[in-house]
Design a protein around this ligand. Sequence first.
Ligand code: LLP
Length: 420
Amino acid sequence: MTLTYINDELHLNGHSLRGLTEQYGTPLFVYDEDALRNQCRRYHSVFEGESLDYSISYASKAFTSIQMVKLLEEEDMKLDVVSAGELYTALEAGFPASHIHFHGNNKTTEEIEYALEMGIGLFVVDAMDEVALLDRLADQPVDVLLRINPGIDVNTHSYIQTGQEDSKFGLSIQNGTAQEAIDRIHSSNQLNFKGVHYHLGSQISEEGPFLKALEVVFEWLSSTSIDVEILNMGGGYGVRYTEEDVRFPIEEGFSRIIGKLKSLADEYDIAFPHIMIEPGRSIAAEAGITVYEVGVVKDIPGVSRYVSIDGGMSDHIRTPLYDAKYEVLTVDAGEGKNIDSHVVGKLCESGDVIGKNLSLPENIRRGDLIAVGTTGAYHYSMASNYNQMRKPAVVFVTEDNVREVIRRQSLKQLVENDVI
Ligand code: LLP
């Protein structure tokens, strides 16, 4: 993403952000469409370079919409969905059901029936009970992976750690439940066991945990004589929110992961499986920003200054929820000095904060615009209507094109399900 000041005004790929907000309103999510595509291509090229049988599935939960799904199909991506809603969005976009796999620690009967009816490619079974339920509901053969828990702790926020032993996700390889589930899948009527999946956590910045997981999983596969056609290593590849963050090094990291895979397959004499990964954040996060308009600026002399924007935790929950840090840019390059400011939302909670002690122009005032970086993943998708706030519009921008991909919610839509 190229953000540059032209005539003291912030532009994304040559488009004035102020101009975009005049057309689409604020708050506004703006994505660099080429950046989205480039990330997909980077993942493809590492695997293509290794001549592997592989697929890259995008984790819809990071950000999905009909146009996003269309873009993903154009980029030869597959899709991971975790709910009837994500599946519906994908199918509405015309995405092939056979390229979709269904995750979730508690898929409902209704969701399983819907996914079966639509003929999705793979179910990732997450619990013993789900083996029986899926087998009972399926009236023809279904391919399944088992989500295993390799028992690996990763260094990330505890809310987004998933591969440790004490987790609601997957079945443990240590305590034998993973193997038991695979035995049950083998003895079921309709389920074809295709392989295993694990997801260690999110926002992981180095390959160490992935290498460790491979060692643990290969040793387990070999000791249990479980044959896998597919090995799905999940997502979790970290991005840069602020200069403190280290991005997961996609090319170097995967070159080492693939090297490890090859050596382990040799060592344990295991046929090389089809490799799947499921990046979400690292495809979308850095391709998106949110633009807000400044309203009230409140100085509490000797204490602090609050700069309020016209959105907040309804479109930016990651700071209240995970204490996540962001970089904030002014859209109009102000003159004069900067002072420490708390950027806060307009929702009725003190925790509705975008960032504390950020450096913003002393003369910032109502009507100015600010842009919050790296909001392309887990922002729109985690947006809510709290305080009856409307979900913002989303636009995709290339050098020579701007297109609205999600319209701003209307007031009417806020009550459309209300019984009058
Ligand atoms: N696969 C599975 C099974 C997952 O559970 C997830 C994320 C992914 C793939 C994609 O992970 P990614 O590449 O995006 O890290 N709301 C949190 C993130 C929750 C992630 C949950 N699972 C956040 O805003 O940080």
